[in-house]
Design a protein around this ligand. Structure first.
Ligand code: NAP
Length: 244
C-alpha cells in the first residue's frame, strides 16, 4: 500500500505544500482542515483523501482519525497560526485560547489519537510545525510565542516519552513564510498582511515542505530533532532587512 502520511491544516500554505511534496515523494496522503472545498481540490490533484478536521474539537479529531488507515507512517502537525498582535495588557481572551487550542492542544489531540497507528507502522514519524516564535519573543507576540514555546515543550516530551518506540519526532521552526498566515493574524486585513513581507523575499511554503520531506526520508535510525529556517533577510522575528 505504500507509506501513509497525514497532514493537518492542509487547505492552504505550508500544509498544502507539504501534502503535495509528500505525494510527489511517493506517500499516500490524507489531509484534514475545515475548508473542505479547498481540501477536496488538493486531494483530487494529488490523488489523496480529504476529510473535515477541526483540531480544536475532540469529536472532530476522533471522526477524522476514524477515516484513516490502520497504520500511519507520518503525521505532520501543521494546523495552527497566530491571531492578533496586541500587547499583553490588551489581551483578547478568545484569541489566546484559540491559539493554545490550535497550536498546542490540537497537536497533542491528533498525536494521541494517532499514536497507536504510528507505532503499529513500525516506522512512525511526527513532524510538528513550530516557529521561531517558539525560540524567541517579540512585542505583541505574547499569545503566539507562548503557544509555540509550549509546542516546543510538547515536541521534547514526545521524544522523551516515546523513546524506545519506532516513532521519530521532528520540529520544524520557520521564520517569515508568505502564506495566508498574516491575513489570518490580521483578521483579513490584506494591506497589513502584505506589509509583513514588503521589501524582502520571504520563505515560501514549498521551502518548508522540502524540509518536511527531507526529514521524513532520512534513514529510519536518523532523527532530525529540529530544523530552523529563516529568509536571509531575517535575523530575528522582528529584525529584518527591507529594501526600500
Ligand atoms: P495558513 O496558510 O494560514 O495555513 C494554516 C492552516 O491551518 C490552514 O490550512 C487552516 O485550514 C489550518 N487550520 C487553522 N485552524 C485549524 C483548525 N482549528 N483545525 C484544522 N485546521 C486548522 O498559514 P501557514 O503559514 O501555512 O501555517 C501553517 C503552520 O506554520 C502554522 O502552525 C503556523 O503557526 C506555522 N508557521 C507559519 C509561519 C509563517 O510565517 N507563515 C512561520 C512559522 C510557523 P482551515 O482554516 O481550512 O481549517
Amino acid at each position: 500500500m505504500g507509506q501513509i502520511a497525514v497532514v493537518s491544516g492542509a487547505s492552504s500554505g505550508i500544509g498544502a505544500a507539504a501534502a503535495r511534496q509528500l505525494s510527489a515523494a511517493g506517500f499516500r496522503v490524507f489531509v484534514g482542515a475545515r475548508r473542505m472545498d479547498r481540501l477536496k481540490d488538493l486531494a483530487d490533484e494529488i490523488g489523496g483523501q480529504a476529510h473535515f478536521l477541526d483540531v480544536t474539537d475532540p469529536a472532530s479529531v476522533s471522526a477524522f482519525v476514524a477515516t484513516l488507515p490502520e497504520q500511519v507512517n507520518v503525521l505532520v502537525n501543521n494546523a495552527g497560526g497566530a491571531l492578533g498582535l496586541e500587547p499583553l495588557i490588551a489581551m483578547d481572551e478568545e484569541d489566546w485560547q484559540m491559539m493554545y487550542q490550535t497550536n498546542v492542544l490540537g497537536v497533542v489531540r491528533l498525536s494521541k489519537a494517532l499514536f497507536g497507528r504510528l507505532e503499529g507502522s513500525g516506522a512512525g514519524h511526527v513532524v510538528n510545525i513550530g516557529s521561531i516564535a517558539g525560540l524567541e519573543t517579540y512585542v505583541g507576540g505574547g499569545g503566539y510565542t507562548a503557544a509555540k514555546h509550549a509546542l516546543r515543550a510538547v515536541t521534547e516530551t514526545m521524544r522523551l516519552e516515546w523513546l524506545g518506540k519506532p516513532i521519530r519526532v521532528t520540529e520544524i521552526d520557520p521564520g517569515l513564510v508568505e502564506t495566508e498566515f498574516s491575513l489570518v493574524r490580521f483578521d483579513g486585513d490584506a494591506e497589513r498582511a502584505a506589509a509583513v513581507y514588503a521589501g524582502l523575499k520571504p520563505l515560501t511554503a514549498d521551502d518548508i515542505a522540502e524540509a518536511v520531506v527531507w526529514a521524513v526520508t532520512r534513514p529510519a535510525h536518523v532523527n532530525i530533532d529540529q530544523i530552523v529556517l529563516k529568509p536571509i533577510a531575517q535575523a530575528r522575528a522582528t529584525v529584518v532587512h527591507r529594501q526600500t
